[in-house]
Design a protein around this ligand. Structure first.
Ligand code: URA
Length: 434
């Protein structure tokens, strides 16, 4: 087959056959097709899209470019979760331990910060000693006991995705529904789960900003999961302002610890409990998501979810004292207060802008090789729907470098809009797709 003919076919909006997609992706992964041709095909897919059948074939090819983990030696239900990415989105840290406490095993292959969004791996690595680079044998061992973990994509999990992903990132082909679907599902299907809960973010802090696009992405992901015989529930959730109060790596771990110890932060808790409720239901430990939510609340209140969090940290070599005594964590050299610029109701906190400000602070990467400053971050207590008087305190920024701080501070202030008329607090869970 000739790669150019495949590119031309997609460029002209025609459907590719299974053989053509398989040939192209496998040859690229094997280094037999150069980046420039793969970039051209990615851009053609970005513009022309893929049919559900093509999306399934692309996913299957990317999935079987590597190992699919076999967890059939574990009799308990195994349910995965995936978020399409957001700002302040620490739900993975909370729902894994809750589902585990409910008797559902939770393998999580997570990512690093991507674009303006934060990554679970970067957050977990803010805990000294926590090892996210486990090989498959270790993965299987931890999946037996304690039964939950958070690791990165190893070299043998969906290598085609790793190659294609870094290419998409630099040629402007990230926010494409079929490409995101194949990328996410090729990793998730490799986890060896029985089912999957999807948290599809919608709003200014998400890759899909409009509700319509988020819904299309949710349907594409769910259709693909079910095409592989996996049970799947997708939730479309609010991401038009950062989730919770704290954004940044250690900031988010700290907030997760507080929540697992019983603190109630409305948007974080409502979304996390709905997701863990769905996992508990898919794992057969509740009849409905609502019952799963009630179970989740109880498991947080009685301390068993926090106990499972500690078990995961211990199994992956993390320092338990850091988690037990988060107040002892090193702090940044500077803490700068954020004051409301105007008087009025908050109508918007642009999540994308906050995400980019976090990158400027060092909490994310500008270049692939950048080191993360785990302790830098933003605490923003202001939420859409609340009233603040000009000059009142709405949060703070932690950072070591005064230059970075100044520019990020401006960006954060610019992201917050206040208006005279009362605004409504957003709906946190926009839709549940069964
Ligand atoms: N997360 C992924 O793993 N891949 C994408 O393409 C987008 C989000």
């Amino acid at each position: 087959m000739n790669p150019v003919e495949i590119i031309i076919k997609k460029r002209d909006g025609l459907e590719l056959t299974d053989e053509e997609l398989r040939f192209f992706i496998n040859s690229y992964t094997a280094g037999k097709i150069p980046d420039y041709q793969a970039s051209a095909l990615l851009m053609a897919i970005f513009i022309r899209g893929l049919s559900p059948k093509e999306t399934l074939t692309l996913t299957r090819t990317m999935l079987y470019s590597g190992t699919v983990i076999d967890l059939s030696h574990i009799p308990e239900p195994k349910i995965g979760k995936h978020s399409t990415g957001g700002v302040g989105d620490k739900t993975s840290l909370i729902i894994g331990p809750i589902a585990l406490a409910a008797g559902v095993k939770v393998p999580q292959i997570s990512g690093r910060g991507l674009g303006h969004t934060g990554g679970t791996l970067d957050k977990m690595e803010s805990i000294p000693g926590f090892n996210t680079k486990l090989e498959i044998e270790e993965f299987k061992k931890i999946m037996k006991d304690p039964g939950g973990l958070i690791i990165g994509q190893t070299s043998n999990i969906a290598p085609a995705d790793r190659l294609l992903y870094s290419l998409r990132d630099v040629v402007g082909a990230v926010p494409s529904i079929p490409l995101i679907t194949a990328s996410i599902m090729s990793k998730k299907l490799a986890e060896g789960t029985d089912g999957l809960v999807l948290d599809v973010k919608s709003g200014s802090g998400a890759f899909m900003q409009s509700y319509e696009d988020s819904k299309k992405l949710a349907e594409s992901l769910k259709g693909t999961a079910e095409g592989f015989g996996k049970k799947c529930v997708a939730l479309i959730t609010e991401m038009s302002q950062p989730l919770g109060f704290k954004s940044g790596n250690w900031f988010e771990v700290h907030e997760s610890i507080d929540i697992l110890r019983g603190e109630y932060i409305e948007d974080m808790c409502e979304i996390s409990f709905a997701l863990s409720g769905a996992m508990i239901m898919l794992g057969g430990k509740a009849e409905s998501i609502e019952e799963g939510v009630e179970i989740s609340r109880k498991l947080v209140a009685d301390g068993s979810a926090f106990d499972r969090f500690l078990a995961i940290i211990k199994a992956q070599g993390g320092d338990l004292d850091t988690v037990k005594y988060p107040e002892r964590y090193p702090v940044s050299k500077i803490r700068e207060t954020i004051y409301a610029e105007n008087s009025g109701y908050v109508s918007e906190i642009n999540g994308y802008e906050i995400g980019m400000a976090l990158i400027e602070l060092g909490a994310g990467r500008m270049k692939k090789e950048d080191e993360i400053d785990h302790k830098s971050g933003v605490y923003l207590k202001a939420k859409v729907g609340e009233y603040y008087k000009q000059g009142s305190v709405i949060g703070y920024i932690d950072c070591d470098d005064p230059d970075k701080l100044e520019s990020a501070h401006k960006r954060i202030l610019g992201s917050i809009k206040q208006v005279e008329d009362k605004t409504e607090k957003p709906v946190f869970i926009k839709e549940v797709i069964y």
